[in-house]
Write a protein that binds this ligand. Sequence first.
Ligand code: ADP
Ligand code: MG
Length: 233
Amino acid sequence: MTTGTMVLQARGLSKRYGDGDSLVRAVDEVDLDVPAGQALAVMGPSGCGKSTLLHLLGGLQRPTGGEVWLAGQRIGTMSERALARLRRDTVGFVFQSFHLMDELNAVENVELAALLAGRSPRQARRRALHLLDRVGLADRARHLPAALSGGQRQRVAVARAVANEPLLVFADEPTGNLDSAATLDVLRLFEELRTAGQTLVVVTHDTRIAAVADRIIAMRDGAFADAVHAGGR
Ligand code: ADP
Ligand code: MG
């Protein structure tokens, strides 16, 4: 089923919550193929299943039906431990609410991801400082998240997401909590990642994300409504 150039695949992917009258088909029989290097945006209104889809694709949640191949590996039958290892080694996540560790400063937040992925402390620190520099925060490396603006926190989160050199970066409404200036900063970072060939899956209801995507999928009621091919690759 899986092919070498596809870094992410889903077949019949489904997630249902509840049953009977309260049954919600949050994700309903989704098929997806994401080739290496593609920047994919999945767009749709609030409640259409974007976050659930992202969690299923990234191995953060288990489906109630269907299958996901992440980096060529079928994750449905994997143990939690093996899945956690696969996530740590192959994916990076960016969330709307940043999810930084409050008690760690910016560089520590970024280097932790590199340490967990097996870098030596020295390599991890070097990579973290390099990434903070790339996101324009070299002078904020020793600041705690509480001392950073929302846009700066999200730039730290983007640096952290790529600290393990992931095959795939997943982002869930990465600009959802940001004002428009900070949104532009973060969009620019995603544009840079795309240009560098990073495979990206971004779910959002923000049309500006479309500008950084190679491909846009519209989602409605848990399913793909239609596929629009944007410019680029
Ligand atoms: P989006 O991210 O597009 O706003 P979600 O994936 O968060 O959508 O939610 C999709 C649907 O699944 C919604 O109807 C939501 O209420 C429902 N849902 C999400 N998580 C749960 C849960 N843990 N229990 C029950 N229903 C849920
Ligand atoms: Mg959501």
